[in-house]
Design a protein around this ligand. Sequence first.
Ligand SMILES: [Fe+2]
Ligand SMILES: [Fe+2]
Length: 304
Amino acid sequence: MATTTNHTQPHSLLSIFTPCTQEQRQQNFETYWDFSQKHAGKIYEQDRDLENKRNKREEFKANPVRSKKPLPDLDAFYRNNVELVDDPKTLDQKTLLMTCIYKFARHELNGIKGAWDTVPAVDKARDIKDKISRVHLAEEFCHVRLFTEMLHTFHLENIEFPPLGPIETKVYEIFPHFPESLMSPPAFVTELMGMNFYIQLDEKICEILDDEPEARDRLRELLHEIMVDECAHIGQRRNFMGPIGVWFSKVMIKPIFKMFTRDIPEIAILFDVDRLITDAHAFDYSTISPRILERSWVPSYCRA
Ligand SMILES: [Fe+2]
Ligand SMILES: [Fe+2]
């Protein structure tokens, strides 16, 4: 089966760091908002959920897939998912892949919980940026549900996401209160990091779960649902920045990626961290599969 990465694929798209005018940014907020409403459907504020995502999850649930070869030692997952306590050399690749997915989802959930309380509901939004941000956050909550479904596919049913440590929790609490000019570069870089993480995760799923074609394909389907949103989030978050923000975000790529790999040691074990960083600097959508790209959104100034 082909992976989503195809570096030779010709796309007439430009670097995510391509300069643009203020006017272009305003127009792109409008086209993104049009896209977002069609893509996500109605927002269910109470549930932090979205109509089209919910329907898609129900389809998955109506046709469940469960791995035929469960992890060799389920206890090893539950011992290492919150924190890696065993020597990773003693853990098999499937368990490490699952603890990696779990840790990423836990970070994602804790990162968005604080932000949700600072962004007004769509019907109380002050402007288009508020509306975009609210739906964006609801999409991130849906990603955690999709990650949970990935873990269920491997019979990991007892999944909970406890809060992170006190320092990280404080950082995630304070961060959404920063002014937009300060918040935008790290918010953009984390989206960029997420996408490059997913590209390598997709490759690892193909490689490590090769003996489980059905479960592998289900995990990829779930992941691709997330990737369509994340691909759009990259352009949307880039659109919040002027030239200084763009410059600052390039400077932040390496430190943010390094910090993240320290928090999730499985990434350095399973993935190519240098490539994560190089691909982030070079990001021009050419590493994204056309099947994902055609369902997603790209800013007008990144189109040649
Ligand atoms: Fe996400
Ligand atoms: Fe995202």
